[in-house]
Design a binder for this molecule. Structure first.
Ligand code: NAI
Length: 348
């Protein structure tokens, strides 16, 4: 089977801990299935300022353009001042327009909710994340929300195509087009058009975002595929993560037409960074998404097999519910390393 070069961006805070764990797990599974990976480490985030004088150095962008697949740990962004978000810049520069975030209950992770099985599609390149802000006059600032037909169309098409391929029954579009009549209005119109013209076989639903949040926490099982613009996707992802055990268990992918970068939903978790306490599972699950993507796009069976082995291993580990091998966010006592080693033991 082929060898895949992965651009590895370790990131800040817990990033190096959880992305390092993921690399070990993927290599262990690949050893068994014959999938081989060459990890090219590239800088981004606060760490890159020290080494390259830039939060997103050109070498990182060039490597992603060359190898097409990235795996990224979280990177920090200063609040209310400082440099522009590396994530926003990366997603825009590489045109990673679809954030895909599956949210499901996992074995023995008890929450208030059962049978949660959602996939969030977040438009990843515009909306209020465009970062176009200005001071109109002293004491008055403005932030511009941008929506383009091209971006609204392609994220809608991506979500419906996914729903169709995976036999999902319904796509619900979250919006606030009653207030943002132009921007969210365009998002809604594009989604509806894609549904009507290309996927009428799938159930389509529109819901105002405030009501949607209430409906989600009341009964998430009434939803299936969720489609929304950038900021709503950011908020709803964390809200949904809370339903299935928190940010330690929700993976993600940023997909473009030619390049894809995989990363968990969570951030740098400054409160636990460097303490060896982070749960690497969300990151590892993002790695499983990467392996499945490699199978889908490069038809490498050994990647799909590696994904299946990792999935079976973490399901087995969670089913055992042994406190000594679960991280603290899941009620256990294990650190990142203990969890990772226990998981690797289960890969067969
Ligand atoms: P956060 O996701 O880093 O942390 C929120 C809470 O969840 C904290 O209590 C943290 O300890 C916990 N948590 C997160 N990941 C965990 C894990 N793997 N295991 C166990 N506990 C975990 O969100 P916060 O505090 O809002 O953001 C911190 C920084 O991360 C900010 O600079 C933010 O800009 C950045 N960020 C980066 C992202 C990325 O690079 N994709 C995504 C989200 C935030």
């Amino acid at each position: 089977m082929g060898q895949h070069t992965i651009v590895m961006i370790p990131g800040d805070g817990i990033g190096p801990e959880v992305s390092g764990a993921t690399r070990k797990v993927i290599d262990a599974a690949g050893k068994i299935t014959g999938a081989r990976f060459d990890w090219v480490e590239m800088p981004a985030g606060e760490a890159a300022i020290k080494t390259h004088g830039d939060t997103l150095p050109d070498v990182t962008i060039e490597a992603l353009n060359q190898h097409k697949i990235g795996f990224k740990g979280p990177v920090g962004t200063p609040i209310g001042k400082g440099f522009r978000s590396v994530n926003v810049t990366l997603r825009k520069k590489m045109d990673l327009y679809a954030a895909v975030r599956p949210v499901r209950n996992l074995p023995n992770i008890k929450t208030r909710y059962d049978n949660v099985d959602l996939v969030i599609f977040r438009e990843n390149t515009e909306g209020l994340y465009s970062g176009i802000e200005n001071e109109v006059t002293q004491g008055v600032v403005a932030s511009m929300k941008v929506a383009t037909q091209k971006a609204c169309d392609r994220i809608a098409r991506y979500a419906f195509r996914y729903a169709n391929r995976r036999n999902r029954k319904k796509v619900t579009v979250f919006h606030k087009a009653n207030i943002m009549k132009l921007t969210d209005g365009l998002f809604l119109r594009c989604a509806k058009k894609v549904w009507e013209e290309e996927y009428p076989n799938i159930e389509y639903e529109e819901m105002i975002i405030d009501n949607a949040c209430m409906q989600l926490v009341k009964d998430p099982t009434r939803f299936d595929v969720l489609l929304m613009e950038n900021l709503y996707g950011d908020l709803v992802s964390d809200l949904c993560a809370g339903m299935v055990g928190g940010l330690g268990v929700v993976p993600g992918a940023n997909i473009g037409d030619t390049v894809a970068v995989f990363e968990a939903v969570h951030g740098t978790a400054p409160d636990i960074a460097g303490k060896g306490l982070a749960n690497p599972l969300a990151c590892i699950m993002s790695g499983v998404m990467m392996l499945n993507y490699l199978h889908d796009t490069r038809h490498d069976e050994s990647c799909r097999d590696a994904a299946e082995k990792i999935k079976a291993a973490y399901n087995a580990l969670l089913t055992e519910a042994n406190k000594a091998t679960l991280t603290r966010d899941l009620g256990g006592t294990a650190g990142t390393v203990e969890f990772t080693n226990a998981l690797i033991e289960k890969i067969k």
